[in-house]
Design a protein around this ligand. Structure first.
Ligand code: HEC
Length: 493
């Protein structure tokens, strides 16, 4: 049928199931009873398979983690730290509360995997027979989504100084599209990986889009909220907006509704949508690269890129991004648990695919709660200890169906006290703004509208391989997305 290995896909699905079976057992902290020291466990046979599968993607040369974990020699000096980080579930990084929702990009170890590592360390962290070590996985070199149809590059280099804080930088890259294009997969590649903290690429459309408004967003004002300067509230339909370098608050507020296309940060996968679904980039659009640079003591130079793979024809459904945002807050100096809320109401049946909390350095937690038309409430994502350092898309394992009349409520808390070590100024009253010393409160999500089938032919596409690969999660092989798409094209012929 195809060159995608279904064995690999099934293997991944099984691994995920095991990960889920283990998730409720641990609240972080001490090893369980079963985790007694075990001198029979070896790196080569028992630990290497876990470390290669779950850690090496980041812990290898040129990647984001501080040290490599590719051999016994690499791993042994870190055994104590590894034991601690996996037992407390700090590594691999995942910031959602495991009690709510099932996410296909959750990299967490199963309880059995944690126990194995802990018992191996407690038993002396022995090497065992080097011949037992499995082959290292092949990591994607270059584009993980496969060869893009088109690559967009920042139009100039950005020189990153050795020291200091750098404001978010915005780079405009015209698409020069003369017709609408559909993004099936997209990947951002940071030019200077050591100094690029995150990149979000937004689509600025040439004119506000005439789409049926399905999502209505309203900020919820607390009665205790100190009067903030009134600002335009974001709505689902983008309004004409000022130049991105304006930096003024209204520009920042409207930016929340620019169409977020692709984002990249440490540990982030490139989005590949299942067939029949794609993101629209209208003719004449401009791509806005929002880049957050961090300095590290030596100067560097960046020119980051975005690679896109296009759907060959308009998809059955458009993937849309919306922002449940409240730009009207004012967080008093010293407040340690300031709550800010906003809510979206849906006028048609929708499916939610991903969620993405966005706050800055005072962001503490964010919770998305769905309320169904029958009044039933369900927490669909909770990030209890938000960390600005990890900008994560949470990909639901199965889309969340919100029938017409449902609401999606987002509540965030901010810590503007001195106890928040990341707080740039605990005496400031903090309002909405782009800069990290200002704040944002955005619950991004992507969704499709069930009733909006634009292309019947695509809707009926037989694409089992593509769909199972999508739900199996992380793209394991270089070019897998391309393989999935080629497979799809072949099966639709
Ligand atoms: C998504 C990328 C990613 C994955 C996956 C990952 N790490 Fe890390 N790890 C990091 C980064 C980045 C750091 C640096 C600290 C930070 O930013 O939190 C780190 C730090 C660590 C540290 C602390 C190092 C120190 O300086 O004290 C240990 C130990 C560690 N990781 C072990 C692991 C193990 C074991 C796994 C797999 C079970 C793993 N990590 C998976 C990215 C990752």
């Amino acid at each position: 049928m195809t060159h995608i290995s279904l064995g690999t896909i099934r293997g991944a699905a099984v691994a995920m199931t095991l990960a889920w079976a283990g998730t409720t057992l641990v609240a972080g902290g001490a090893p369980q009873n079963g985790a007694a020291a075990d001198r029979a466990l070896t790196f080569s046979r028992d630990v290497a398979p876990i470390v290669f599968a779950k850690c090496a993607g980041c812990h290898r040369p040129g990647e984001v983690a501080p040290m490599s974990l590719l051999s016994f020699k690499d791993v042994r000096p870190w055994a104590g730290a590894i034991r601690e980080k996996v037992a407390t579930r700090v590594m691999p990084p995942w910031h959602a509360d495991r009690t709510y929702g099932t996410f296909r990009n959750n990299p967490s170890l199963s309880q059995a995997e944690i126990d194995t590592i802990v018992r191996w360390v407690d038993g002396g962290a022995r090497e065992g027979n080097p011949e037992d070590v499995p082959a290292l996985p092949t990591f994607a070199q270059g584009w993980q989504i496969g060869k893009p149809d088109q690559v967009f590059e920042m139009t100039a280099d950005f020189d990153v100084p050795a020291r200091g804080t750098i404001d978010y930088q915005y780079f405009e890259v015209p698409t020069n599209f003369t017709e609408d294009r559909w993004m099936q997969a997209g990947e951002v590649r940071a030019g200077d990986r050591a100094r690029v903290h995150h990149i979000i690429v937004y689509v600025r459309e040439p004119q506000p889009r005439a789409r049926p408004a399905v999502v209505r967003v309203r900020p919820i004002l607390a009665t205790s909220e100190p009067a903030a300067a009134p600002r335009p509230a974001p709505t689902a339909a983008p309004a004409p907006r000022p130049a991105p370098d304006g930096g003024a608050a209204p520009a920042a507020a409207s930016r929340a509704t620019d169409n977020m296309l692709v984002n990249w940060a440490v540990g982030e996968d490139a989005p590949v949508y299942p067939s029949g679904m794609a993101k629209k980039i209208p003719a004449g659009s401009t791509l806005i690269f929002q880049v957050h640079y961090t300095t590290n003591g030596t100067a560097g130079r960046d020119r980051s890129r975005l690679g896109l793979i296009f759907a060959q024809e308009p998809p059955a459904q458009e993937i849309r991004t919306a922002a449940i945002a409240n730009p009207l807050f004012a967080i008093p100096g010293g407040a340690s648990d300031h709550r800010v809320e906003a809510e979206a109401t849906f006028s048609e049946d929708v499916k939610v695919w991903t969620m993405h909390p966005h706050m800055h350095l005072r962001g503490k937690d964010m919770t998305y709660t769905a309320t169904y038309p029958d009044g039933r409430k369900e927490v669909v994502l909770r990030v209890p200890r938000f960390d600005f350092g990890w900008q994560t898309d949470y990909w639901l394992a199965q889309p969340l169906l919100l029938p017409k009349g449902s609401t999606l409520h987002v509540a965030a808390h901010f810590d503007n006290s001195a106890a928040n070590k990341a707080n740039p100024d605990p005496t400031a009253t903090v309002r909405w703004g782009d800069q990290t010393w200002e704040e944002m409160m955005i619950g991004f999500f992507t969704y499709t509208v069930d009733g909006h089938i634009a292309n019947r032919r695509q809707a009926g596409l037989p694409d089992t391989a593509a769909r199972s690969a999508f739900f199996a999660g992380r793209a394991a092989n270089p070019g897998q997305a391309r393989a999935i798409l080629d497979d799809r094209a072949a099966s639709s012929r």
